[in-house]
Design a binder for this molecule. Structure first.
Ligand code: OAD
Length: 237
């Protein structure tokens, strides 16, 4: 389908939704999880982003997060983030579901965001459960709560459930979407990927933007093979 036709559809959308993944931040310089730069000291995210890894070696997991926090602290949103923020200004019904924990959508000006995997800038006490914002770079390893308990990153790890309210809001948004943009996600992590199929099954027109083919590519209505930072401004500009 022509970009122009998709642009028209987006303009006419009544309840648009976007689902974004690490690829939307790639052009800002954030390494994707499954790309060539996704490894840190030869660990895969599946080796570190788990409750078991944190239990075994919290300092190692914190070192990884500290590395990611310092990397993200120094970078800016890119034209893809700004295009989605602009889209929300034009259409306040727009809902942005992101798997990213980097906070770049918010920095770009998006407001109606469901951060389903949490935020790398929050910490949570494993003893008292208190969550708070923490922007220390570097962060003191190991960070402690006022109550003395160990703090963990305020993100969702493999094997953990998504917060129920966010899951509910995401499925609601996907189910009532008339158009969905699926941007920069490999589509292999659940339940995030299922938001796209949920939207499709509920009748939305689903568009994928990704330079690579993904397991979702064959199931969407239109595939735009390209980089988010180039394609989104063309669709929304
Ligand atoms: P992945 O690293 O799995 O996938 C990134 C996707 O972005 C790939 O399909 C790339 O082809 C695509 N991509 C790369 N550069 C791009 C660009 N410039 N424009 C558009 N797309 C581009 O990242 P996610 O799908 O986000 O979970 O991974 C899902 C989850 O797995 C993450 O949220 C994280 C991870 O473990 C948690 O932290 C819980």
């Amino acid at each position: 389908m022509e970009l122009q036709a998709i642009k028209e559809r987006l303009k006419a959308a009544r309840s648009p939704v976007a689902l974004t993944g690490a690829g939307i931040s790639a052009e800002s310089g954030v390494p994707t999880f499954r790309g060539p730069d996704g490894l840190w000291r030869n660990f895969r995210p599946e080796d570190l982003a788990t409750p078991e890894a944190f239990e075994r070696d919290p300092a190692l997991v914190w070192e990884w997060y500290d590395w990611r926090r310092s990397l993200i602290a120094g970078i800016r949103p890119n034209p893809a983030h700004y295009a989605l923020a602009e889209f929300e200004r034009r259409n306040p019904a727009f809902t942005l579901i992101t798997q990213n924990v980097d906070g770049l959508h918010r920095s770009a000006g998006s407001g109606n965001i469901i951060e389903i995997h949490g935020s790398i800038w929050t910490v949570r006490c494993i003893e008292c459960g208190n969550s708070s914002e923490n922007r220390d770079v570097p962060i003191k390893i190991l960070p402690r709560c006022g109550c003395g308990g160990l703090l963990r990153p305020g993100v969702v790890w493999f094997g953990e459930a998504l917060p129920e309210d966010l899951l509910y809001r995401s499925f609601e948004a996907a189910s009532s979407a008339d158009i969905m943009l699926v941007v920069g996600t490999s589509g292999v992590v659940q339940p995030a990927a299922s938001f796209a199929t949920r939207a499709k099954d509920a009748g939305a027109f689903v568009i994928e933007i990704n330079p690579e083919t993904t397991p979702l590519s064959g199931r969407v209505d239109a595939v735009i093979q390209g980089r988010a930072g180039e394609m989104l401004p063309r669709l929304i500009g």
